[in-house]
Design a protein around this ligand. Sequence first.
Ligand code: TYC
Length: 111
Amino acid sequence: MTRLPDQMTKTPGEGDAGVVTETRAKTKRPPLYKVMLLNDDFTPMEFVVLVLERFFGMNHAQAFELMLTVHKKGVAVVGVFSFEIAETKVGQVMDFARRHQHPLQCTMEKE
Ligand code: TYC
């Protein structure tokens, strides 16, 4: 008969005579971060569409629709990523906007 290792089936410290309790080493998923775009009155719509295409892999129709959502609602989540990826995206967008002298704001928030 195949037997599982004790650490998978026994409470620590428990002998063979004890009650069998299944335990598993805890695996924790890394936290995820929402990346958000904020509306403003000055950044051109086409520039926001370009940002969504270039940094978030959207096609033109998806990018246009999400840009309009931000324009109407004030803010929208444009993607959910690990901390490192989210930080990189925010940096890329902020840098791109600054270089073009647009006040576009991109932020991240733990999900
Ligand atoms: N409100 C801007 C305009 O009317 C367009 C815009 C959309 C700006 C989304 C920022 O995140 C934004 N030109």
